[in-house]
Design a protein. Structure first.
Ligand SMILES: [Zn+2]
Ligand SMILES: [Zn+2]
Length: 348
């Protein structure tokens, strides 16, 4: 089969390459990929701004059907529609793994980052990481379960957003738009979403359509003023940073209320960044980092998607065959797509 691979270390170095068809060992499942979504992480790896272990097939956001199973797999049957957590390589025995936090195990080599991923006709995974796709969800929608789990982990499990709380989300990319929907499902209000001029055509209008109470194009409006206007001059209860832009990070302590929470989700792609430290200190702000997603995040994400409290379809704006992966990377990199999907030629 041919997969979209990062073939070495450096900028670019992504190409379609022939690799042997994988066969499942004990406890493993071979999944025929129906749809795989491009993630900001794939773009960061393309640009050499994120850890990765080449050569490997990229892609960790996908849905598919079970094509073959190794020994000891009892919980599934051939043809089951599944999605998968991405914590491949986790040891299973350290205290993090044992406490339900395998996503942050030191041995983890995530799918599509440290293990062959889903930008290929088939992907091999441990059955223990899989979840069945609820009836009523298409495979395209289910391909966004992973970023939905990221949003659940940030908004619900880390930032602990409560009903009636004001939330600001910086960055209207896929993660920002999913955080918006999870915050709404949690009863937050008002919700402010901000973006740059580049997001003015597609992503900010999508934020409005998906229920943001206030949408701010920072090229036209002052974000701090807008947030103060809807929070009685106090600042937001919760600020979620989903852009990874240093300019957005520098604004965080000015947007949050005293004793409010700041939750960083976006990857910056550089080793250090400016942050108004004392302002955050004097406000007594709680500063959090939300990385990856837990098993529990996936359970909640699947329920929210099945209940249509989170809509994936409005985010799926570009769909191309796997062979034309380059178009999809470019569309998403330039913000022309909210989310671009790759479809392998022989997907069912
Ligand atoms: Zn992702
Ligand atoms: Zn572990």
């Amino acid at each position: 089969m041919r997969g979209v691979m990062k073939v070495g270390r450096g900028v670019g170095l992504v190409e379609l390459r022939e690799i042997p068809d994988p066969t499942p060992g004990p406890g493993q499942v071979l999944i025929r990929v129906s749809a795989a979504a491009i993630c900001g992480t794939d773009l960061h790896i393309y640009h050499d701004e994120h850890p990765y272990w080449p050569p490997l097939v990229l892609g960790h956001e996908f849905a598919g059907t079970i094509a073959a199973m190794g020994e000891e797999v009892k919980e599934y049957v051939l043809g089951d529609r599944v999605v998968s957590e991405t914590s491949t390589g986790s040891c299973g025995v350290c205290s993090l793994c044992q406490s339900g936090n395998r996503h942050i195990c030191a041995d983890k080599r995530a799918l599509g980052i440290g293990r062959d991923g889903a930008f290929a006709p088939y992907v091999l995974l441990p059955a223990a990481l899989l979840h069945r796709i609820p009836n009523g969800l298409t495979v395209q929608e289910a391909a966004l379960c992973e970023p939905t789990a990221i949003a659940v982990h940030a908004v619900v499990e880390r930032a602990r957003v409560q009903p009636g709380e004001s939330v600001v989300i910086l960055g209207p990319g896929p993660i920002g738009l999913l955080c918006l929907q999870v915050a709404r499902a949690s009863g937050a209000r008002p919700i402010v979403v901000s973006g740059t001029a580049a997001s003015g055509a597609i992503r900010l209008p999508a934020a409005r359509a998906l229920g943001a109470d206030v949408v701010v194009n920072i090229a036209e409006d002052n974000l701090v003023d807008q947030v103060m206007a809807v929070t009685d001059g106090l600042g937001a209860d919760v600020v979620i940073e989903a852009s990874g832009a240093p300019a957005a990070i520098a604004l965080l302590p000015r947007l949050v209320r005293r004793l409010g929470r700041i939750c960083q989700v976006g990857v910056v792609g550089r080793p250090t960044v400016d942050f108004p430290w004392d302002l955050a200190l004097f406000k007594g702000a709680e500063v959090q980092f939300s990385f990856s997603s837990r098993h529990t995040s996936w359970l909640t994400a699947l329920r929210l998607l099945a209940a249509r409290q989170v809509l994936a379809k409005p985010l799926l704006t570009v769909e191309v065959p796997l062979e034309r992966w380059h178009e999809a990377f470019e569309a998403q990199d330039r913000g022309r797509a909210v989310k671009a999907l790759l479809i392998p030629a022989d997907s069912g």
